[in-house]
Design a protein. Structure first.
Length: 605
């Protein structure tokens, strides 16, 4: 598969003033002032047996940065009914500024009580025998919200607990093992990742506060090594899971300044007798983009039998000083074999205007389980500083959803003003709204509404998605502006219609509907071509209107659900994003063509 790119110029077709197609917001949980709720999210499963999967969320700013985690009720996220939280654990065992809740992971049942535990990172912990910012990971019992075990970093400024990911049961003791990142303080050329044995931690005596010997794989010169970690895949096929590790401040010999890198390490836990080692890597060629601030890996997107890797580079410049950001999908096979091109797909931020702006697109990435039912997992990308200009929308943040099968964008949602949504993501948590498809969640830890840095957690359904208009119509020869609209819901199965209409057309003229799977904003025949190429055409239509004379009483209507369900175009399936525009005859206009604005929509089930 060749590498692909969705360019900023293409994405700029979603012009200023045009509301973007949004996913259905199910519910919102808002944190307290300054607690930064939403910095990390983990699926808890159904802890209370009410039929809804619950969610654990980190709030590292709570109580002067001491931090806490909250278990949010899945029933509340789905229905806005019942108690909003099942339990809360506050890290009063740590110092102020410990940032407990910065990272967390469901590490399975370590205690043997049938309920999962949660490993929670506190990278700002000062462990007195070691020093400031040594960091820690505390294991919280999911049944009763009590401390189960505790592990400290081994040196000062290690920031142990900055990232956490489960790696499976690597040593066969029946307990999940997990990787913990210790990237150090920024601009310190070191860092490491420890792979901890869940069985060994469970066997610690009591609530141990002793430092556990850990294996840190430190790479000299790899600044920030361990900022992000992901696992659950076996890249080299040796039967043991591996770990993808982000090193966003890496400046490699002969390479760009702080381009960043992704490293692949065998995930062998401490005590296995086999030292962990790096066996593959991907290195950025773009200065200061900080590739590796986020990373995830779970699915084989191109069907070659090897899991692929998703990585974020949120600081990539898109202008003189605008940190627009991007995300990359890397071929696991080519990263393993060190062959080029290693990139399967480059994802660039959808732009609400033609000027590059700081969005930090890629601050979080998630290789989600299948959201649209096509058998392939999706890709979620967060942009916590995304904003819109018209209407004014500062600090909204955004989450974009991409199909793992086609890499087409199939979903996009923004937060409200100053919610800064998208710095933590959770995909395929549960089917909260009962439509037969999993839903997803996003955090905005810097949300300032209703109070500064309160943080937000939002749950969304990919379906039902709502159409929107975009692009600019060409004024016709009588001074009228053709205007598209819609009625109904685009669907792969519903017997109801989805009418795409266009008014303000010249009467008694012919025309047709065109559509494609990408937007555009290209000067064309005196107006704008609002859909990408290649595009398809519908049947010829008559505008009707006044039977004689020339006026703007003409209109088109086309039931697109008939097209979807006819099977004529197999790409028109549930989850596909479609961009449509009408054309009509206008003999007195330049190029004798009338061009409407456009409608974007997502095909619902």
């Amino acid at each position: 598969m060749q590498a692909h790119r969705l360019s900023l110029s293409t994405a700029a077709a979603l012009l200023v003033g045009a509301p973007l197609c949004a996913q259905q917001l199910l519910n919102t949980y808002t944190g307290q002032a300054a607690e930064r709720l939403g910095a990390s999210i983990a699926d808890a499963g159904d802890l209370n047996g009410d039929g809804y999967d619950d969610v654990v969320v980190g709030a590292p700013g709570f109580n002067n940065g001491m931090g806490r985690i909250l278990c949010i009720s899945g029933q509340f996220l789905a229905t806005n009914s019942g108690a909003s939280t099942l339990w809360i654990y506050e890290a009063n065992v740590f110092n102020s500024g410990s940032l407990f809740g910065s990272a967390l992971a469901n590490v399975g049942d370590l205690s043997g009580d049938g309920v999962p535990e949660f490993a929670v990172g506190a990278p700002g912990v000062t462990y007195n025998p070691v020093g400031a910012n040594s960091g820690a990971v505390l294991i919280v019992n999911g049944a009763n919200a009590t401390e189960f075990k505790r592990v400290y970093g081994g040196t000062a400024n290690q920031r142990f607990g900055s990232s956490i990911a489960t790696v499976g049961d690597q040593n066969g003791d029946g307990k999940l093992d997990f990787a913990v990142g210790a990237p150090g303080v920024q601009n310190v050329l070191s860092g490491g990742v420890a792979v901890l044995s869940g069985g060994a931690i469970a066997a610690l005596s009591g609530f141990s506060t002793l430092a556990l010997p850990v294996t840190l794989t430190a790479n000299s010169g790899e600044a920030g090594f361990g900022t992000s970690v992901a696992s659950g895949f076996d890249l080299d096929g040796d039967g043991s899971n591996d770990v993808a590790i982000g090193s966003p401040f890496a400046t490699l010999t002969g390479g760009p300044f702080e381009g960043g890198a992704i490293w692949i390490m065998r995930a062998l836990p401490t005590g296995s007798g086999i030292p962990a080692h790096i066996f593959a890597s991907y290195r950025s060629t773009i200065a200061s983009e900080h590739l590796g601030k986020s990373v995830d890996a779970k699915h084989d997107y191109n069907g070659d039998g090897v899991v692929d890797i998703v990585a974020g580079a949120p600081d990539r410049l898109g202008g003189v000083s605008a940190q627009v950001g991007r995300a990359l999908v890397l071929s696991g096979l080519k990263v393993r074999t060190n062959t080029t091109p290693k990139e399967l797909f480059e994802i660039v931020a959808p732009a609400p205007n033609l000027t590059a702006s700081t969005f930090h697109f890629g601050a979080a990435v998630r290789a989600s389980e299948d959201l649209n039912g096509d058998g392939v997992g999706e890709i979620l990308v967060g942009a916590p500083d995304y904003f819109t200009q018209f209407p004014s929308g500062p600090g909204r943040g955004a989450v974009a959803v991409y199909s793992g099968r086609t890499f087409a964008r199939i979903g996009f949602t923004t937060g409200a003003n100053n919610e800064r949504l998208g710095d933590a993501l959770l995909g395929a948590i549960d089917d909260y709204n009962g439509d037969g498809f999993p839903d997803f969640a996003a955090g905005g830890s810097s949300a300032d509404t209703p109070s500064t840095d309160c943080g937000k957690l939002k749950s969304y359904s990919l379906f039902q998605a709502f159409p929107s208009t975009y692009c600019t119509a060409k004024v016709n020869s009588l001074g009228c502006t053709p205007a598209m609209s819609w009625n109904g819901v685009p669907s792969a199965s519903s017997p109801s219609s989805f009418l795409l209409t266009c008014s303000n057309l010249l009467n008694q003229r012919t025309g047709l509907l065109t559509y494609s799977f990408s937007p555009a904003s290209t000067p064309f025949q005196g107006g704008f071509l609002c859909i990408g190429t290649p595009f398809a055409r519908g049947p010829s239509l008559g505008s009707g209107g006044s039977p004689t004379g020339s006026d703007c009483t003409g209109a088109f209507a086309f039931d697109f659900n008939i097209r979807i369900q006819s099977g004529i175009d197999p790409a028109l399936e549930a989850g596909a994003e479609v961009f449509t525009q009408y054309r009509a005859r206008d003999p007195q206009a330049s190029s004798a063509t009338s061009l409407s604005n456009a409608v974007r929509f997502l095909i619902n089930p």
